[in-house]
Design a protein around this ligand. Structure first.
Ligand SMILES: [Fe+2]
Length: 396
């Protein structure tokens, strides 16, 4: 578990959560504040501590986060929730990441490349089953190595899953189409494999003219690669070729408009943008899921088909799974799942009480419309990708 230590100005000491990281001594070596003391306890028992420290010329205090929830604990907690919240098959995800890695590394070798993509198609065929097995998006995906390339593969898998959830919700009676959408989502950026040394960070904004050319041709390269390996499904090919088209016709590569954009591509486009906004791969300062939803909604009509944006919203809710939520009674929890009819009333895993102390064992709470506890605001994301520990102190 990563421990975070930061300096807090004296004036803010009693407004943050955490524990004192290092003992604070006066100039003549008198202990003013012992290490390990909880700031919330200090607030209650020694509210005049700030003036005492000030008197001794202290300006900052080092604070560290309170014990956080590890990925392992969180998984255990998920398992204890009734009814169970299913995690998407982590092994399948790991295999898919590995296989993506193989495809990218072998891109120079034509035969290996084709074999790699065929293997990936076989793996991908299991994803729609996973989506049907888990009707609500839940916290998903495994922790990954902190390597850009692996994270870009995670991006493709996230887009595939999100595309699948939206497609499943909008077209529940067309399983073959949902499957094609998942494949389209998975391979939407395969054309980027032709540029292994090109940095895609910031793609879609702030590119140099030369970079923009590379960026603009990856959908076409991807489509021809998929054709090369024998993919004939028009929905899959359409998703790969047209996922950067925009609803009002300002996209690439064909400047298609509205209904002319293949449906699978419209779904991948929304999933891709949402995933990019929340991803630490492309954004220096990733959006929280609820902020990303607002951004995507703001781009409806210029970039996206409004029906698909509604599908995204219905799939993940206003407070998507993984959102760290501050409740009206000051408790903090993680949103586990949202039901379509009740976007404001998800199920929440309570992790910290009103004073920021861990709740053990974790409890779940169903937010109810008629109840008096509601989500006051979203705090920070409990990352879907890296399952980093949730830290109430940093979140506040
Ligand atoms: Fe792309």
């Amino acid at each position: 578990m990563k421990q975070k230590v930061w300096k807090v100005a004296l004036g803010e000491l009693l407004d943050v959560e955490g524990v004192v990281a290092e003992e604070v001594m006066s100039k003549d070596e008198v202990m003013l504040l012992p290490a390990g003391v909880s700031l919330s306890a200090l607030r209650e028992t020694q509210p005049d501590v700030v003036s005492l420290l000030l008197k001794h010329g202290v300006t900052h205090v080092k604070v560290k986060n309170v014990p956080a929830i590890t990925a392992g604990e969180f998984r255990t907690a998920l398992g204890s929730v009734t009814p169970a919240v299913t995690e998407l098959n982590p092994l399948l995800t790991k295999i898919a990441i590995h296989q993506f890695g193989a495809i990218y590394e072998n891109i120079e070798d034509r035969s290996l490349r084709e074999r790699g993509i065929r293997t990936m198609l076989t793996i991908a065929a299991r994803l729609p089953g996973e989506i049907r097995r888990t009707p609500q998006i839940t916290l998903s995906l495994v922790g990954v190595e902190d390597r850009d390339r692996e994270r870009s593969h995670i991006h493709s898998i996230n887009v595939a899953l999100l595309t699948g959830y939206i497609a499943q919700r909008l077209f529940p009676v067309l399983p073959a189409f949902v499957e094609a959408c998942v494949l389209g989502g998975l391979f939407h950026d395969i054309g980027k494999a032709f540029f292994p040394h090109f940095s895609w960070r910031g793609a879609g904004g702030g590119l140099l003219p030369g970079d923009a050319k590379i960026f603009n041709c990856h959908p076409l390269l991807g489509e021809s690669l998929m054709k090369d390996v024998g993919v004939r499904d028009v929905h899959v090919l359409g998703a790969v070729r047209s996922h950067h088209e925009k609803w009002e016709g300002a996209g690439v590569p064909d400047r298609l408009r509205e209904e002319d954009i293949p449906m699978a591509a419209r779904i991948v486009a929304v999933a891709n943008r949402f995933e990019n906004l929340t991803s630490s791969l492309l954004e220096e300062d990733p959006h929280r899921s609820d902020q990303a939803i607002s951004t995507v909604i703001g781009l409806t009509s210029s970039d996206f088909d409004s029906r698909i944006v509604r599908g995204l919203l219905a799939s993940i809710g206003l407070y998507p799974p993984g959102t760290v939520a501050l409740l009206s009674d000051q408790r903090v929890g993680i949103v586990l799942e949202t039901k379509e009819r009740d976007l404001l009333c998800p199920r929440v895993l309570i992790c910290a009480d009103a004073r920021g102390r861990r709740v053990s064992p974790f409890e779940t709470l169903k937010i109810r419309k008629e109840g008096n506890v509601y989500i006051k605001e979203a705090l920070d994301d409990f990352s879907r990708r890296r399952l980093e520990p949730y830290v109430p102190a940093a979140a506040g």
